[in-house]
Design a protein around this ligand. Structure first.
Ligand SMILES: [Zn+2]
Length: 143
């Protein structure tokens, strides 16, 4: 039951589901562990620390300067690749902080989600694929 509630909650409001120090997997409800990536067989990047779900294996890296703070909601390897693709597309389209902010706003409208939820690190596969479509359209036709 708990697992379904977590999934429902995630669907409704992603940012409420985001916990920078998670103990439960927001997607499957499993126990989340914190530790060195190398201890979980992951090639280290960023801080070298991560939060990883002991059930589904989703994981997320933590901030370089705040190694206890997760970058987002733990994701599958596919989701992590899609998040990277989103960032690669998104990050080359703005040149200032305010422009970036405006782009997140526009993207949230396109995806029909709250702006506070509009961070690639919070998104699961479905939203990430939709975001890539929007970003590729912006790239080809202008924002
Ligand atoms: Zn999980």
């Amino acid at each position: 039951m708990e697992k379904n509630i977590a999934a429902e909650k995630l669907k409704k409001r992603r940012n409420e589901t985001f916990d920078p120090r998670p103990t439960r997997c927001a997607v499957c409800g499993g126990t989340v562990l914190y530790g060195k990536m190398t201890d979980f067989g992951i090639t280290p990047f960023q801080s070298g620390y991560c939060y990883i779900c002991s059930d589904c294996g989703r994981y997320v890296a933590t901030h370089q300067n705040k190694p206890k703070e997760a970058h987002g909601i733990p994701g599958t390897s596919e989701e992590r690749k899609l998040r990277k693709k989103c960032h690669d597309l998104f990050d080359k389209m703005y040149s200032s902080f305010s422009e970036r902010d405006h782009m997140y706003y526009k993207l949230s409208k396109e995806l029909n989600i709250d702006k506070e939820d509009c961070h690639f690190g919070y998104m699961q596969k479905e939203d990430l694929l939709a975001a890539i479509k929007v970003l590729e359209r912006w790239e080809n036709n202008g924002k």
